[in-house]
Design a protein around this ligand. Structure first.
Ligand code: M6R
Length: 614
């Protein structure tokens, strides 16, 4: 299997100039990362296709004299998987008869077998893509007298893998037909217009009423609405969701980059994540999460996630073990799914994902379902696969996260984990857990997060000195060491700076050998009991020519005397919340270092927002 990053999909049928709409929608999906783009539109009974390798403006440049006055179009931005990023491999693709044109997100796993079969029947292919093979399969099924919807239904039964497929036809030029299995597809309903996209923000300027297409569904879009059927052709009722996100929440809102906007949104995100979840007695209130009988019988928590969500999972382990004394293991989803994990019936599996679509996490979830283990999700995107598949789900309520580098989602995930820990303590009646004190500290956190933003000046000063850093260590102890892992990931992915992350106490067991002039360390030092030990670690670094940016809390009079750069965070009554706050200066450091070095911040090289196929 190859690794695929999600592509952007857009489609429109209605009275507006359709090509303008789909270009605008693709633009709103640019954060996904892509290497080519294309459009297909219906004009005078013909399908016109334009596609180009490169950024969207390469494509829009082909219409510099104006877009056609047509009312149905589909468009796609591609991240190469099968075949290099060339004009030929860009979507849309025609079938063998040039009757239909399709765009696709996902991977057709049996495409080589299908390709061989089709070639025997006379198909000739112009690209190296699995998508063109899917187009030919639909072409085969789209015989005289068969409607496009039925042809798509028959075709998808022959496909294995993940797909969001969108198809237009010369024979039925008034409609768009789409099908979904495991790759996201959202339909928007407007007044006399209908549209689709691979993600909600692309639709928000046009409508608030959306349908999240489920797996194994076919939808037919006409200007007057949508018809959804299953693979047997039965029509299914649809209930649109009302999306109340502010459009500006999906746009940059005055910041130079989405990442900076999302970092600065964190005080509000904490507020949103807590909204309605702490009652007036100071107790946590999580609806729709398992109750007492389940928690009393749970003897182990298994947390599964990738990347930033994995780091949030480590904080979950810290909280569950330290405060609940509940054994907890955290797994990278990609390892878990192939690792034949030991799972007892009393284990509870917790899946953390911003997008809710990460392929490895979803596969791990399916493994747990097959083993009949209870599943709980912590997910940001409502209606996403992981949110829907888990027995119970806590939505993090962080709003759309556009920047590839996850920032506010991490904070929201950790807050959700704290709430979950409190919920379990309440259900298990554990008087040792100071629930009311912790909820009080949580409610103060938005204000503290706001004050943590004041670190930006010192961070910019440190970033200027670190511009040519050979290597940056991320160190800490306890919860600080966990947040340091996330800080290091930010610096790597955004600023392309090599990092080495480890608990500070491990330095002299090997990594210290890397320290010399030009090497820096970011030291999380929010835990007061650890400060003397951390002071020794700082001196170890400095003795070898290294310099240190220390993140400590107000009132510390030891670390600020010795570190070259110091950020003092406001102090929370709960030490693990101080550690959580330390992610803010680390995110700002990654951002400013990347900006100083001219990196493409919102779309770092080689990465994109959601990894929906293995
Ligand atoms: O959507 P998910 O939380 O499941 O995504 C998991 C990772 O792909 C994601 O956190 C990734 O590591 C981010 N780019 C980190 O900034």
């Amino acid at each position: 299997m190859c690794k695929q990053i999600m592509c952007g999909i857009a489609g429109y049928v209605g009275p507006r100039k359709a090509v303008d709409v789909v270009f605008d929608q693709l633009k709103r999906l640019e954060y996904r990362g892509y290497d080519s783009a294309g459009v297909a539109y219906l004009e005078n009974g013909d399908i016109n296709v334009l596609k180009r390798a490169g950024k969207l403006n390469e494509l829009t440049g082909l219409m510099a004299d104006g877009t056609p006055n047509v009312h149905l179009a589909i468009a796609h931005s591609r991240w190469a998987t099968h075949g290099a990023p060339t004009d030929e491999n860009a979507h849309p693709h025609f079938d063998q008869f040039e009757q239909i044109s399709i765009i696709h997100n996902g991977i057709i796993e049996n495409y080589l077998d299908l390709k061989a079969e089709l070639a025997q029947q006379g198909s000739e292919f112009r690209s190296d893509t699995d998508t063109e093979v899917a187009a030919h399969v639909i072409g085969c099924e789209y015989t005289e007298g068969v409607a496009l919807e039925e042809a798509v239904r028959r075709a998808v039964k022959r496909l294995r893998g993940a797909y969001a497929l969108v198809v237009v036809s010369k024979r039925e030029p008034e409609k768009i037909v789409c099908a979904r299995n495991a790759s996201p597809l959202v339909i928007g309903l407007g007044e006399g217009e209908t549209m689709l996209a691979s993600d909600i923000p692309a639709l928000l300027p046009y409508t608030r009423s959306v349908i999240i297409l489920e797996d194994d569904r076919i939808a037919v879009l006409l200007p007057e609405g949508v018809r959804v059927t299953n693979l047997d052709g039965q029509e299914l009722p649809v209930t649109p969701l009302h999306i109340d996100w502010d459009v500006s929440a999906a746009e940059k809102g005055g910041y130079e980059h989405f990442m900076l906007k999302e970092i600065h949104e964190q005080p509000e995100v904490v507020r949103q994540c807590l909204a309605g979840r702490v009652d007036d007695k100071g107790r946590a209130r999580l609806d729709n999460v398992f109750g007492q009988s389940v928690w009393n019988n749970t003897d182990r928590i298994v947390i599964v996630a990738c990347g930033t969500s994995y780091h949030a999972g480590l904080m979950g382990k810290y909280l569950f073990e330290k405060l609940l004394r509940l054994p907890t293991d955290v797994f990278h989803a990609s390892e878990f799914r192939y690792g034949d994990p030991v799972l007892s019936p009393n284990s509870l599996a917790l899946f953390i994902s911003q997008s809710g679509e990460t392929a490895d996490t979803l596969a791990a979830l399916k493994l747990c379902q097959a083993r009949r283990i209870r599943t709980l999700g912590i997910v940001n995107v409502i209606g996403s696969s992981i949110a829907r598949e888990c027995d119970r789900t806590i939505i993090t309520q962080a709003g759309p996260e556009i920047s590839v580098a996850s920032t506010k989602a991490f904070t929201a995930q950790v807050i959700a984990l704290v709430l979950l820990m409190l919920h379990v303590a309440q259900e298990k009646e554990m008087p040792g857990v100071r629930v009311e004190e912790i909820t009080r500290d949580l409610l103060e956190l938005p204000e503290l997060a706001q004050r943590a933003m004041l670190a930006e000046g010192e961070i910019i000063r440190a970033a200027e000195k670190m511009r040519d850093a050979k290597l940056v260590f991320f160190l800490g102890r306890g919860a600080d060491a966990l947040v340091a892992l996330e800080g290091a990931l930010k610096l790597k992915e955004i600023a392309y700076v090599a990092t080495q992350e480890s608990p500070a106490g491990e330095m002299k067991h090997g990594p210290l050998a890397l320290v010399e002039k030009g090497v820096f360390a970011v030291m999380g030092a929010t835990e007061s009991e650890m400060r003397e030990k951390l002071a020794s670690n700082i001196k170890e670094m400095q003795a070898r020519g290294g310099q240190v940016l220390a993140i400590t809390t107000e009132g510390d009079d030891l670390i600020p005397k010795i570190a070259e750069f110091v950020v003092r965070l406001p102090k929370s009554g709960s030490e693990f919340l101080n550690a959580l706050l330390s992610i803010i200066p680390m995110q700002l450091l990654a951002y400013h270092l990347a900006r100083l070095n001219g990196c493409e911040i919102d779309q770092p090289r080689n990465l994109a927002k959601s990894v929906t196929v293995e």
